[in-house]
Design a protein around this ligand. Structure first.
Ligand code: FUD
Length: 289
């Protein structure tokens, strides 16, 4: 792994400058070296100040988001697709301006529980929009990673195999997958096999438990996950993600159906996750030695 990071929603709903600055400080204090800002609203913040603070703390910033339905690039409606492309291009500029290194999340569709089947035309529209976005991202020196999520959060890319087909169709070497153990646990028959299948096409990796709470409390077999990540020689960032109603954001909490507390105190959660990930990673390395 390159850098171990933490999702900002462990610290803050992300609605204020102070909240994001606190999140950066907490991240560094706990020894994480990258943070994920989700649903960043660039117009609300002083991006330059956040960039400088991150740099002074040696914490890198990644940004993730999902599209709203009226900007869904997997829609058959041309105006929604155009609006979505514009949103993605704006988001890449915000990532660049905050000194960030990647844009991830549900960039290829709306982040929602769909009430319709995906369509071939919608898939093609999304592939074309992501191919165009990849070029914007490449020029801005920002990685573009597509998060494969469970069926209740998109209707387009629920499995790694679908994600690989999608990125192949974009024809761009600049698009990679953003995989997440919570989602894989729901959709993949064999999460470790999915990691091996994706190999070098994994650009970003989320570690989350099956109940989105404390690592180790749920059903995910992290030994198999870390064995697979070592097998493919995964060298990019790994980020711990956990959600609770202790930290609420209108957009993300609703899209992810976060209706209850999996924890109340974020400091012990963050400390535990870092110890847990480092331990599992070391154990996997020892198994190989
Ligand atoms: C959502 C999820 C998150 C989310 C991201 C979007 O279920 O797993 O990774 O997609 O935070 O900003």
């Amino acid at each position: 792994m390159r850098r171990l990071g933490i999702h900002s929603f462990v610290w803050t709903g992300g609605q204020t400058q102070e909240g994001l600055e606190m999140a950066l400080n907490k991240t560094a204090e706990h020894g994480y070296r990258t943070i994920e800002f989700a649903y960043l609203r660039p117009e609300k913040f002083n991006l330059d100040r956040l960039a400088k603070l991150a740099q002074s703390l040696d914490v890198e910033i990644g940004v993730t988001m999902g599209l709203p339905l009226d900007k869904d690039v997997s829609s058959e409606d041309t105006s929604a697709v155009l609006a979505g492309k514009q949103t993605l291009a704006d988001a890449i500029r915000a990532v660049r301006d905050i000194g960030g290194n990647k844009l991830g999340g549900i960039l290829y569709s709306a982040h929602t529980k769909y009430n319709r089947q995906p369509t071939k035309k919608g898939w093609d529209n999304s592939v074309a929009a992501i191919a165009a976005t990849a070029e914007v991202a490449r020029q801005a020196n920002v990685d573009l990673v597509l998060e494969v999520v469970n069926r209740f959060e998109t209707n387009l890319l629920n499995t790694t195999a679908q994600g690989l087909k999608f990125i192949a169709e974009t024809g761009s070497e600049h698009v990679r997958l953003h995989l997440d153990t919570f989602h894989m646990n729901i959709e993949e028959a064999n999460p470790a096999a999915a990691i091996r299948l994706a190999g070098d096409k994994i650009g970003y990796f989320h570690i989350g438990e099956s109940n989105r709470g404390y690592l180790g409390d749920g059903v995910i077999n992290f030994d198999l996950i870390f064995d697979a990540l070592l097998d493919i020689d995964y060298k990019r960032d790994i980020v711990f993600e956990s959600f609770s109603t202790t930290v609420v954001d209108e957009g993300l909490s609703l899209a992810c159906a976060i209706w209850r507390d999996t924890w109340e105190d974020n400091d012990p959660l963050a400390a535990h996750a870092k110890r847990y990930i480092e331990l599992k990673y070391d154990e996997a390395k020892r198994r190989r030695a």
